[in-house]
Design a protein around this ligand. Structure first.
Ligand code: NDP
Length: 478
């Protein structure tokens, strides 16, 4: 029996995607560097569909119908290159190599270029939804040639999550586009989680609301505009009591957040693209600060917090909800801005409405909001910034007074709200008629003759600061 697709790398993600493919009627050839995982999968789930057991990459390749489709699900980084190097000599022109791991998009661009030299297709696929999503239907973001998508797209769409029956899988664009979009998804996920954390901290440390009661608040928020997977599971985690101590679960967990690196990649890439992704960046830095346990311990003793008593705004819980919503909108606006910048930089025709539609189910950032974001970018009249889409302009305008009250209160209380406040600063920076960047330009011209533009005349100018301060035109930009 020829298999329609082969999967190599059968740790949790590969095994669950293989099972998902088999459950959807595809014959799946299985391979892992060591055979234990292959045999464990067959022993535990071999009856879920048609699997072909293989021990070597040659056997895997021989078991596949042509053009061959091989899904690599090994550890991201060097292992992916190692598997590609072993695999490609065994393949024929037209075969398709798919990397479904969390690869950096630049690596995907490099691999795609190398494989296309050998007349092989390389598809870099962003997969979101964790292990459960991989099994039951993830959000899938594939990048590669359109031709290769015609071959693998129907399979990926079939195993993907569905939103009102629509698959959460669409061709994103060439080479690294899929992995880029997945990376931005993860950056937004970081910011989403951080704003939830800031809301929790404000309600606990500011308003004295215990986690169990906050669980009810978050569950209630999940019924409105904030409705999303992350808000839903926040209610679950906050409502959980530690069995051993009887304390709230959140109180027995060490407050140092881990990170695997995709948030950092997002920020590095945003910096390279010149995209002001401040909320996402602050969420990555907040995790980094949380992990500086030694410094934090010393600072707790040494550095003073607030002293004066602070009066909370009248409806603080509702204010926090609105601040959370507005900050979340800003993270999406910044993520989308990054996508727009990347499309121009890398020559991708990214369809923002389609990308938002893929995130509506299956992935970690799935949220009601995404349906509205999709609609905002669906027509010809696309907003220059998400916050300028009429529905969101109205929504954020309604939240601004509460957002300012919350940030001001947090500052007075000494509760760090890096993403609430960075998002508000972005909002204010965006809407401000004049920014102090004019002064920055003046300073740059004085110390480095970097030149400036004038508000009243076309051209590039320099003031002779060290001499008679006459203005000269047409100077080279440094
Ligand atoms: P891991 O990232 O833990 O990788 C383990 C797998 O990689 C094993 O099958 C292992 O084989 C194989 N492997 C490691 N090094 C090599 C090598 N040099 N040559 C061949 N095979 C190698 O597995 P996961 O299932 O957690 O993740 C797979 C990919 O999916 C990663 O890129 C991950 O970032 C991504 N991902 C993971 C998510 C998750 O929730 N876990 C969510 C979304 C994406 P062996 O058994 O022989 O050691």
């Amino acid at each position: 029996m020829s298999a329609q697709i082969g999967v190599t790398g059968l740790a949790v993600m590969g095994a669950n995607l293989a099972r998902n493919l088999a459950r959807n009627g595809y014959t799946v050839a299985l391979h892992n560097r060591s055979t234990e995982k292959t045999d464990a999968l067959l022993a535990d789930h071999g009856d879920e569909g048609d699997f072909v057991r293989t021990e070597t990459l040659q056997e895997l390749v021989d078991s596949l119908e042509k053009p061959r489709r091989v899904l690599i699900m090994v550890k991201a980084g060097a292992p992916v290159d190692s598997v590609i190097d072993q695999l490609t000599p065994l393949l024929e022109p037209g075969d398709i190599v798919i990397d479904g791991g969390n690869s950096h998009f630049e690596h995907t661009r490099r691999r795609e270029a190398a494989l296309s030299q050998q007349d092989l297709h390389f598809v870099g696929v962003g997969v979101s939804g964790g292990e459960e999503g991989a099994l039951l239907g993830p959000s899938i973001m594939p990048g590669g040639s359109r031709e290769s998508y015609d071959s693998v797209g129907p399979m990926l769409e079939k195993i993907s999550a569905k939103y009102n029956g629509e698959p959460c899988c669409r061709w994103i664009g060439t080479d690294g586009a899929g992995h880029f979009v997945k990376m931005v998804h993860n950056g937004i996920e970081y910011a989403d989680m951080q704003v939830i954390g800031e809301a929790f901290d404000l309600l606990r440390s500011g308003a004295g609301i215990e986690p169990a009661d906050q669980a009810k608040i978050f569950a209630n928020w999940n019924t409105g505009t904030l409705s999303s997977y992350l808000i839903e599971i926040t209610a679950e985690v906050l409502g959980h009591t530690d069995e051993k101590t009887g304390k709230p679960f959140v109180d027995v967990v060490v407050d140092a957040a881990g990170q695997k690196g995709t948030g950092r990649w997002t920020v590095v890439s945003a910096l390279e693209l010149g995209s002001p992704t401040s909320g996402i960046a602050e969420s990555v830095f907040a995790r980094a600060l949380s992990s500086q346990q030694d410094q934090r311990l010393l600072a707790q003793e040494a550095l003073p917090g607030h002293e004066a008593s602070v009066e909370l705004p009248e409806d603080f819980v509702e204010d926090v909800r609105l601040a959370l919503y507005a900050s979340k909108l800003v993270s999406y606006a910044q993520g989308i801005d990054m996508l727009t910048a990347a499309a121009a930089e890398y020559g991708w025709d990214l369809k923002l409405d389609e990308i938002a539609s893929l995130w509506r189910a299956g992935c970690i950032i799935r949220a009601e909001l995404l349906d509205d974001i999709m609609k905002a970018y669906a027509g010809q009249d696309r907003p220059a910034n998400l916050l300028l889409a009429p529905a969101f302009t109205e929504a954020i305008a309604g939240a601004v007074p509460a957002w300012r009250r919350v940030v001001a209160t947090a500052v007075q209380l000494g509760i760090p709200v890096p993403v609430f406040s960075a998002s508000l600063a972005y909002y204010d920076g965006l809407r401000r008629e004049r920014l102090p960047a004019a002064l920055t330009q003046g300073l740059r011209d004085l110390f480095g003759a970097h030149t400036y533009n004038r508000v009243d005349t076309e051209g590039t100018f320099h003031t002779m600061w060290g001499a008679d301060r006459a203005e000269v035109e047409g100077v080279d930009t440094h």
